[in-house]
Design a protein around this ligand. Structure first.
Ligand SMILES: Cc1cc2nc3c(=O)[nH]c(=O)nc-3n(C[C@H](O)[C@H](O)[C@H](O)COP(=O)(O)OP(=O)(O)OC[C@H]3O[C@@H](n4cnc5c(N)ncnc54)[C@H](O)[C@@H]3O)c2cc1C
Ligand code: FES
Length: 503
């Protein structure tokens, strides 16, 4: 089925929609790992705080990942040491490991049943070209005095050139954890509203936010934890973050599996872990930029599972996306230097269980104590971000996408069968066409409501995806994720309203 096992395994408490105007000391927008951790830490310290989620808490990327809690984020430490210095690498490890310890403490304190286990983490390579990169990473680990080892073999049927094991990491059912922490935050005085999307933010001494249902929230401080920031404030996050979609398949697996999770250093990524509570193996990988899909990524993962572990039947498959920052370090702290009461947490590069928890710790510290010892770790030089190769390549792609969609004409024939999405030309206008299983036609203006790129049909997920900054819409035009806040109009209504939320 096309749903995350984690979401299936834990429905979570339903919170009501915001139905009136409210005023609060602190508003957190987004109920994922970053937002819920921040809410919990603020209310448990006695602050008044409210969390708003466009959908349901824990149903975003935090409920669709691999559930590894680790400070081993693929290969990052050598890069951080080279681009910054060893001290930054040390801080990066320290805050991510503290995040793991915080989660472990809360799980024990509130007796959260979330299949938490301490296991090792292993990054391996089968590619001679990466063997040296793993050795370099190991050398930085040694300088940081981490509990690790460099190996030539790993205890699963994959032949490797080099593997780096970091001991004492962990894994969890992330949805069960988030659901329990959300309930605990509410028990301690926090408020959560679901099905409430923020569509506008006016910064100021007090910030005024508007919801999609035209309710007003007056907040002294705002934490933007919407995965991709729903408000940019001239931070140019849309130009710095690369949206990557990644796939997961899960199958029953009765053979024994080592007390370790694994990830390949090279592409295509293969990330593996055992899910004890389900007696299953979870295989994750096949990333691509959103809107740039060119193969059946589920099939590739299933082929790998069959070749390596002899698995034939898969019970779950799902996909999710996360955002890659230009220089490996997420954006955590003030949204910009001119917004002392607006904070942001984004760019977790597929490591936001520890990274989002760390963000919640750092931002709550900044709010409660005025500063955090980790502010320097997360401080970014806009100039260096802009000079990075990711920035240059991504923004060249955005320019190409903005122009290319407008030059094509689109099919004039509508697809006859249900379940097929296509760009069609109706009366000289390019529109997105989809016929659902009941035979209803959905014809949309497919100009992205973020900054106007043309959307592409995603056959695997039946959604309209933006190749520029990763916004996604369902076939009815509702926003699924990404920076876009406004839905798509039907082709016979007025043109889509573009609102980049930059200022
Ligand atoms: C396939 C995959 C596997 C991964 N595996 C791991 C792993 O093993 N370990 C790890 O550490 N990390 C992993 N990650 C990364 C991790 O899951 C994410 O980095 C993390 O969950 C991000 O948390 P978040 O709180 O920022 O966002 P989310 O969990 O996406 O939460 C954001 C919330 O904001 C809400 N929202 C959005 N816009 C608005 C708006 N305008 N108004 C109100 N609410 C809004 C959404 O509804 C959502 O609930 C993985 C990522 C992927 C894609
Ligand atoms: S997400 Fe930016 S233009 Fe679509």
């Amino acid at each position: 089925m096309n749903e995350s096992y984690w979401i299936e395994s834990s429905e979570g408490k339903r919170f009501e929609k915001l139905n009136s105007d409210i005023k609060t000391d602190c508003l957190i927008v987004g109920g994922g790992m970053a937002g819920i951790t921040c809410l919990y830490l603020l209310v448990s310290a006695g602050l008044e705080a409210v969390l708003i989620d466009a959908d349901r808490t824990g149903y975003g990327c935090s409920g669709r990942n691999t559930g590894k809690i680790t400070a081993q984020h693929g290969l990052v430490y050598y890069d951080i040491e080279s681009q910054f210095d060893l001290e930054r690498a040390r801080q990066y490890y320290e805050i991510n490991y503290k995040a793991l310890e915080l989660m472990e403490t809360l799980i024990a304190r509130y007796n959260i049943q979330c299949d938490f286990q301490r296991v090792a983490a292993c990054v391996y390579t089968q590619d001679e070209g990466y063997a040296d990169k793993i050795r370099q990473e190991y050398e930085t680990y040694m300088k940081l005095e981490l509990d690790c080892s460099l190996e030539k073999e790993i205890p699963i049927p994959i032949r490797v050139k080099n593997a780096l094991v970091l001991n004492n990491q962990a894994q969890v059912n992330p949805k069960k954890y988030i659901d329990a922490l959300a309930e605990e935050a509410v028990r301690q005085g926090g408020a959560i509203y679901e099905d409430t999307r923020i569509v506008d933010l006016q910064p100021g001494e007090r910030c005024i936010l508007k919801t999609g249902d035209k309710k007003t929230i007056d907040a002294g401080r705002v934490v933007i934890a919407t995965h991709f920031p729903c408000y940019d404030g001239m931070g140019f996050y849309f130009a710095r973050l690369k949206p990557l979609r990644t796939y997961a398949v899960m199958a029953k697996y009765v053979e024994s599996f080592p007390e370790c999770h694994f990830i390949s250093a090279e592409e295509p990524t293969r990330s593996l872990r055992y899910v004890h509570e389900a007696g299953s193996l979870l295989i994750v990988g096949e990333s691509h930029k959103v809107g740039h899909q060119n193969k059946d990524c589920y099939l590739e993962l299933k082929k790998f599972g069959n070749e390596v572990f002899g698995i034939e039947d898969y019970q779950y498959q799902w996909s999710a996306q996360d955002y890659e920052p230009p220089r490996k370090i997420p954006y955590v702290g003030y949204l910009t230097k001119d917004t002392p009461n607006i904070y942001v947490a984004t760019g977790f590069n597929k490591w936001g269980i520890s990274g989002g928890t760390a963000a919640g710790m750092v931002i709550s510290n900044m709010i409660l104590n005025g500063s955090s010892p980790y502010e320097k770790l997360y401080s970014h030089s806009a100039l260096k971000d802009i000079a990075s190769s990711t920035f240059v390549t991504e923004n060249a792609d955005v320019t190409a996408q903005l122009v290319s969609g407008k030059l094509k004409s689109g099919d004039t024939e509508l697809p006859e069968s249900a379940g097929i999405g296509r760009v069609v030309n109706l009366g000289g206008k390019r529109c997105g066409y989809y016929k659902d299983e009941e035979g209803n036609e959905h014809i949309l203006d497919i100009t992205c409501t973020h900054m106007g790129c043309e959307l592409k049909w995603n056959e695997l997920e039946a959604s309209w995806d933006c190749p520029c900054h990763g916004s996604r819409f369902d076939y009815k035009g509702n926003v699924l994720e990404g920076p876009a806040c406004l839905p798509l109009n039907r082709h016979d209504e007025e043109k889509n309203r573009i609102n980049p939320q930059i200022r």
